[in-house]
Design a protein around this ligand. Structure first.
Ligand code: GRF
Length: 216
C-alpha cells in the first residue's frame, strides 16, 4: 500500500477549503493526512475550526519590523518540522517571498477565485460583474514567484446568472472550490499528478492547459 500524502495547509480566513480538504481525507476520497495548518492570523476563524477537528495548528504572525523574507523563513522552519509533501494555500492572504516559493517549488498549490489568467489579484467577483462576463470560476494552480501566474491544473467554470451579486458568486464559487481542490489533491495522492520544473503532468501527459470542470 502506498503511503498517504502529507499535506500542510496555510489559511488566513474562514478556512472552508481547508474543511473541504479535511472532509475528503476523513471520508477516504483523498488518501492524505493534514499534518498541520499554518496561519499568519491568530484570530482567523478557520484556525479555531482546525483546532476543533484536532488538527495541528500554528499561528505565525508577522512580527514588528519583520520583512517578507524573514517571515517566510519562519514559515519554512515550521514546515520543515511538519515534513509535508505538498503545501496548500487556501485563502492565505499574504504574498509570500520568492525564497519561500522557490524552496517549495513544484510542491506549493493555490486556489484562486477566477478563471486564470483572467482576474489575477483581489476582488475577482466584483471585477467579473463590472466587466459583464458571462463565465467565472476558480483555478487550482502551482505557485511560482509571479503572483497568480503559475501553471494551472484544474478550473471550475460556471455561468454568471442574471441578477448575480458578489455574495451569490462567493457562495457558488466556494461550492465549486470545495470540489476541485480535493480533486487535485486526490490526483497527487494517487500519483496521477506530478509537477517537475513547473511543468504539471497528469497521467503522464503534460498539462498545457488546465482541465475544466463545469458547475451549476
Ligand atoms: C477562496 O475563495 C479562495 O479562492 C481564495 O480565498 C478564498 C478562501 O476561502 N484564495 P476559505 O477561507 O477557504 O473559505
Amino acid at each position: 500500500m502506498t503511503a498517504r500524502l502529507r499535506i500542510a495547509i496555510m489559511i488566513s480566513g474562514t478556512g472552508s477549503n481547508m474543511l473541504a480538504i479535511h472532509d475528503a481525507c476523513r471520508s477516504g476520497r483523498l488518501a492524505a493526512d493534514i499534518v498541520g495548518v499554518l496561519t499568519d492570523k491568530p484570530q482567523a476563524p478557520g484556525l479555531a475550526k482546525a483546532r476543533d477537528r484536532g488538527l495541528h495548528v500554528e499561528a505565525i504572525p508577522v512580527q514588528a519590523g519583520e520583512d517578507r523574507r524573514a517571515h517566510g523563513d519562519r514559515l519554512l522552519a515550521a514546515l520543515k518540522i511538519l515534513q509535508p509533501q505538498v503545501v496548500v494555500l487556501a485563502g492565505y492572504i499574504r504574498i509570500l517571498s520568492d525564497e519561500f516559493v522557490n524552496a517549495l517549488a513544484d510542491r506549493l498549490l493555490n486556489i484562486h477565485p477566477s478563471l486564470l489568467p483572467k482576474y489575477k489579484g483581489l476582488h475577482t467577483h466584483r471585477r467579473v460583474l463590472e466587466a459583464g462576463d458571462t463565465l467565472h470560476g476558480a483555478t487550482v494552480h502551482y505557485v511560482t514567484p509571479d503572483l497568480d501566474c503559475g501553471p494551472c491544473v484544474l478550473q471550475a467554470r460556471l455561468k454568471v446568472q442574471p441578477g448575480e451579486t458578489e455574495d451569490t458568486l462567493v457562495a457558488r464559487i466556494h461550492r465549486a472550490e470545495h470540489v476541485i481542490y480535493p480533486t487535485v489533491l486526490a490526483w497527487l495522492a494517487a500519483g496521477r499528478l506530478q509537477c517537475i520544473g513547473s511543468v504539471p503532468m497528469l497521467d503522464g501527459q503534460q498539462l498545457k492547459a488546465p482541465i475544466v470542470q463545469d458547475f451549476e
